[in-house]
Design a protein around this ligand. Structure first.
Ligand SMILES: [Zn+2]
Length: 133
């Protein structure tokens, strides 16, 4: 019980927030935990931290979206490759599906091909390729 009392006396200490200068109980209810700070608690109260991060968010809304744009422009190749990868994955799926479909619908397919060639006589592309590209 003595240990409990000691612990309690520590948590009952007060701490002045360095930001709003309010005197608040030095507990995790009012202050965020902070390993490097005195008493293991942040020197700025929770409310101030919240206000700060809200302010930062509002002030940097533009910057944040700008950063995203910057990332997109700096990582064009990376993003393009990622997109290509997912397209390739789907392509494989469609190609396999197409193969299976063609095997099962040979006659229908050949009549469709004839029809397609008739309509696209100026192009040498095959129909499934023109869809995928
Ligand atoms: Zn404060």
């Amino acid at each position: 019980m003595l240990i409990f009392k000691e612990e309690k006396s520590i948590t009952e200490e007060f701490r002045i927030c360095t930001k709003c200068k309010r005197t608040l109980p030095a507990t995790t209810e009012y202050f965020h935990k902070h390993k490097l700070c005195k008493g293991g608690l942040n020197s700025v109260c929770k409310q101030c931290r919240i206000n700060e991060s809200n302010k930062y968010y509002h002030e940097n809304k533009e910057t944040v979206s700008g950063k995203r744009k910057l990332y997109a422009s700096e990582n064009k190749e990376k993003i393009r490759l990622q997109q290509k990868k997912s397209v390739d994955k789907n392509k494989e799926h469609y190609v396999n599906y197409g193969k299976k479909w063609r095997q099962e619908n040979k006659e229908l397919k050949s009549s469709m091909d004839k029809e397609w060639r008739r309509k696209n006589s100026d192009s040498k592309r095959r129909p499934e390729k023109s869809i995928l590209q």
